[in-house]
Write a protein that binds this ligand. Structure first.
Ligand code: NAP
Length: 319
């Protein structure tokens, strides 16, 4: 399997694994209480984030995902500061409609570029669809930004299969390929396989960028019933109710498979995603140790039998 691939049919060359910078940066004022910070908590700062960036670049993980809405722009600012002068690919996002209208897109993009300290962004994604945003109109503005040289590839996020088709057709009219749809996808969240998104990605030649590929840390195996994570995350997703208990056999299986290759549960969980050529996971990493561990997913392969065993063990998360 190639270590570099085109993001969808956009021609943008990307590694098979990226890194999520949602928790990066020091928010000020109201942004201190942003969802990303509240959910993830945890002690980390610029030194740890710098290490995460450097370790990732050394390992060939050059794609960094952020968004205008992460901590009120603090994540973009931090990524811009740490990546200055380095060869990195930056993916960021136009805020959802609660915070902006369709026609705000050009100004929102300029504000992101200013925070990142760049004249262009590699991938610009629409963060969330909404009834208040016209997808064709937004894609037209995206196409204008590509033509102006401010955006290299256009993506969407949290789009259904039907919404992807609308975005794809609108961009195609301007001769531009829809590069990616960023959605939640992991062994503990397999909805893209049944809601039509994975099939639409395949059919349209669009890369599925998998967010929360470690189920917010649950698939690393470090959390158990008595050791829940910091922040509001403990009340969400897998950490809610009996979710962690239900996931225990999956983590045990990841550990068992990982032992064959001297790999961690997180590395096996990420590799399960990477084995699908159309999927690109972007695990969040708070420090160099986590970034190093996650990058190790690039340097081994799972057998078809191991992939099938993981598929069968997580059928309950496919509904
Ligand atoms: N488009 C969207 O709507 C959307 C939504 C959510 C996220 N995202 C993107 O997806 C990225 C990843 O999602 P996520 O950060 O929510 O979830 P995730 O990648 O599943 O989990 C990340 C968390 O797991 C822990 N971790 C990561 N690697 C580890 C390792 N090797 N060993 C041990 N612990 C490890 C860290 O938290 P602890 O150390 O505190 O456990 C880290 O913050 C985000 O940064 C963001 O860019 C996009």
């Amino acid at each position: 399997m190639e270590s570099i691939t085109s993001l969808g049919r956009s021609g943008l060359q990307v590694p098979r694994l990226g890194i999520g910078a949602m928790t990066w940066g020091d928010p000020t004022g109201l942004a201190r209480w942003s969802p990303a910070k509240l959910a993830y908590g945890g002690a980390h700062g610029i030194d740890e984030e710098k290490q995460a960036l450097e370790v990732s670049l050394t390992a060939g993980v050059t794609l960094f995902d952020t968004a205008a809405m992460y901590s009120g722009g603090a994540s973009e600012r931090r990524l811009g500061e740490l990546s200055r002068g380095k060869e990195v690919l930056i993916a960021t996002k136009f805020p959802p409609s609660l915070f902006s209208k369709t026609e705000d897109m050009p100004q929102a993009l300029d504000a992101s570029l200013a925070r990142l300290g760049r004249s262009s962004v590699d991938l610009y994604q629409h963060h969330f669809p909404s009834n208040r945003v016209s997808i064709p109109k937004l894609m037209d503005l995206m196409a204008d930004a590509v033509e102006a040289g401010k955006v290299k590839a256009v993506g969407v996020s949290n789009y259904s299969a039907e919404q992807m088709r609308i975005a794809h057709a609108a961009l195609a009219r301007r001769g531009i390929a829809l590069a990616s749809n960023q959605v939640e996808y992991s062994l503990l969240h397999r909805q893209p396989e049944v809601n039509g998104v994975l099939d639409a990605c395949h059919e349209l030649g669009v890369t599925l960028i998998a967010y929360q590929p470690l189920a917010s840390g649950a698939l690393t195996g470090k959390y158990a019933t008595g050791a829940r994570p910091t922040g509001l995350r403990r009340f969400m997703g897998t950490f809610r109710g009996q979710g962690l208990e239900a996931a225990t056999p999956v983590v045990s299986l990841l550990r068992e498979i990982g032992e064959r290759y001297a790999k961690s549960p997180a590395q096996v969980a990420l590799r399960w995603l990477i084995e699908n050529e159309n999927v690109l996971p972007i695990p969040g990493a708070k420090n160099g140790k986590q970034a190093f561990d996650n990058a190790g997913a690039l340097s081994f392969c799972l057998t078809p039998v191991e992939i099938d065993t993981l598929n069968q063990a997580t059928l309950a998360w496919r509904t």
